[in-house]
Design a protein around this ligand. Structure first.
Ligand SMILES: Cc1cc2nc3c(=O)[nH]c(=O)nc-3n(C[C@H](O)[C@H](O)[C@H](O)COP(=O)(O)OP(=O)(O)OC[C@H]3O[C@@H](n4cnc5c(N)ncnc54)[C@H](O)[C@@H]3O)c2cc1C
Length: 415
């Protein structure tokens, strides 16, 4: 297999005659395209220049476990009456809660606006609750959040944190075509709202080049699974999960193939996509500040049954408890899908992401995130039915090992 090369400052200048002028910071180490070693004359604008990332297990600062709140029919967005309270549900966003949060909030607050009440309670301060609260404020409501935990302590911040709007969001057959339309509405509204948070100090939201690497050609797909049977609640195969991304191709940057001569990685096939990512620290802080500045109140409180809501002063309630609804709302339509991320210190000089051999890496302002997405070839079934919320260091080490091995195969030249 063809291998890429990492050049130290000295190595780059040693190869400078073939490569042309390359401006570098002292001590910087970069990956260069394979063809550079053969002296091919690549146009400078086509040469990816990436600082190397050598993740190591002894650099782990945290391992976070999260449960995706998956529902076969898609998120719960219906309305329920309990006593004289009207409950607008907003939970069950699977692996897409960050991505769809604003669009989901927009749908729910649109319904809330039809009531005559101006005071609204929001249950939960994960990403779904907090964006619902902000959206209600923007619509002119007086909002109080009641929650057991604030955003930095919720399951939300144990996610990967990138634009994944149709990740385990529903099962195609169970959700049906009406949900596909609703999904598109949510995705477009969310995307537009996220764009208003770009270019801010601290980079709460930003775009990053994400490199998808493969040992096999990308069109070398496994054979399709047999057709699914009657719609059910439980997914049985990756193919049961809904994929809607083709509906929003007009707004999301396309994936582009990287020609072999420009591929800097020790994997024969590479693609690049400009990916929207959420930096949890900066973004979470900004959203909480916006909520307080607009006069919002937060009350720390835990609910144990739906009846508890009748003790609130607000008559209109937006319910955003995430996976916890399975316990305290007794909603067994929620299916746990476990996922884990390992965090390493930030590497601002290497701002890019990688997907390779079932693991994902994102270099964020609050750390390098490495996730075991699908190490065992189970596809979207990975973690389905698993609600074990304890860190698994072996899983973290396997995911880190994939990238450690990738970079080890790209020797430093002239270092
Ligand atoms: C490994 C992993 C990676 C992921 N990556 C992404 C990604 O890249 N992009 C993406 O869009 N999505 C991603 N997700 C999915 C996303 O994390 C979830 O969909 C999202 O966090 C759900 O948010 P939530 O606000 O509904 O729930 P939560 O974050 O669980 O918040 C629930 C809130 O309700 C409160 N609450 C719960 N029960 C009670 C109670 N009884 N009384 C009072 N308060 C209560 C909690 O304190 C909390 O404030 C990922 C998930 C996993 C597991």
């Amino acid at each position: 297999m063809d291998t890429g090369r990492i050049l130290s400052r000295r190595g780059v200048f040693a190869g400078g005659a073939a490569l042309g002028a390359v401006t570098m910071m002292a001590g910087e180490r970069v990956l260069l395209p394979h063809a550079a070693s053969a002296g091919d004359a690549l146009a400078p604008q086509h040469r990816p220049r990436l600082a190397s990332l050598h993740p190591r297990v002894d650099q782990i600062t945290d391992i976070k476990v999260c449960i995706r709140p998956f529902r076969a029919a898609g998120p719960r967005l219906d309305v329920e009456r309990i006593g004289d309270r009207t409950i607008f549900h907003n939970y069950g966003h699977g692996g897409s809660g960050w991505s769809l949060s604003w669009g989901s909030a927009n749908l729910v607050v649109g319904k809330v606006a039809a009531t005559l009440n101006r005071r609204v309670a929001v249950i939960g301060c994960g990403i779904v609750g907090l964006t619902a609260a902000l959206t209600a404020q923007r619509a002119g409501f007086d909002v109080t959040i009641y929650t057991r935990d604030l955003l930095p302590h919720t399951r939300s911040v144990r996610a990967n944190g990138s634009w994944t709007p149709d990740s385990r969001i529903a099962l195609t057959q169970t959700a049906g075509p009406a949900f596909a339309d609703q999904w598109e509405q949510m995705a477009r509204f969310s995307w537009a709202t996220y764009r208003t948070y770009l270019g801010l100090s601290g980079a709460p939201i930003m775009f990053q080049d994400n490199y998808i690497l493969s040992d096999k050609p990308f069109d070398d797909k496994p054979p399709p699974a047999p057709p699914a049977g009657a719609p059910g609640r439980m997914p049985r195969a990756t193919e049961d999960f809904a994929t809607y991304e083709s509906r929003i191709r007009d707004i999301v940057p396309a994936v582009e193939d990287i020609p072999e001569a420009e591929n800097p990685f020790a994997a024969p096939h590479a693609r690049r996509q400009s990916l929207m990512i959420y930096n949890f620290g900066a973004y979470g802080h900004l959203l909480l500040s916006e909520f307080h500045q607009a006069g919002g109140r937060i009350v720390i409180r835990e609910f144990h049954s739906p009846q508890d809501l009748t003790s609130l002063p607000e008559k209109v309630i937006i319910n955003c408890p995430g996976y916890a609804a399975r316990d305290w709302w007794r909603d067994d339509s929620l299916i746990p899908v476990r996922g884990q991320t390992a965090w390493l210190p930030p590497r601002p000089e290497a701002p890019y992401g990688l997907d390779y051999r079932g693991a994902a890496l994102l270099s964020k302002t609050d750390g390098v995130m490495i996730q075991a997405v699908d190490l065992d070839g189970l596809g979207e079934m990975t973690g389905v039915g698993n609600s074990f919320e304890h860190p698994d260091p072996t899983e973290a080490a396997r995911a880190i090992g994939i990238f450690a091995d990738l970079f080890a195969r790209m020797p430093i030249v002239g270092g």
